[in-house]
Ligand binder design. Structure first.
Ligand code: SF4
Ligand code: SF4
Length: 85
């Protein structure tokens, strides 16, 4: 499942550099998470790093983008090309 940033975001920039997949970027009004790049940090960390650092707790799971741990691991492998010899 990808995570989603709500309009409570204060554009503090803290989350963008901690994302291992470069999934976070500044959108039109506030920061956004690209669903095809977010792995919930599975395979990199035990907890979503953006959620840990966000000072206003405005990052939540996105029910529109539900994925199993296996799917998230496969996405992580695809993004890091670990499956390529
Ligand atoms: Fe990036 Fe992890 Fe946050 Fe997803 S949960 S946006 S991979 S830091
Ligand atoms: Fe927005 Fe939270 Fe990211 Fe700061 S850490 S830019 S408040 S989502």
């Amino acid at each position: 499942m990808s995570l989603k940033i709500t309009d409570q975001c204060v554009n503090c920039d803290v989350c963008e550099p901690v994302c291992p997949n470069k999934a976070i970027s500044l959108g039109v009004e506030y920061y956004e998470i690209a669903p095809d790049l977010c792995t919930e940090c599975v395979g990199h960390y035990d907890e979503p790093q953006c959620v840990i650092v966000c000072p206003v707790e405005c990052i939540f799971t996105d029910p529109v983008n539900v994925e199993s741990r296996e799917q998230l691991l496969a996405k992580k492998a695809s993004l890091t090309r670990e499956d390529v010899p």
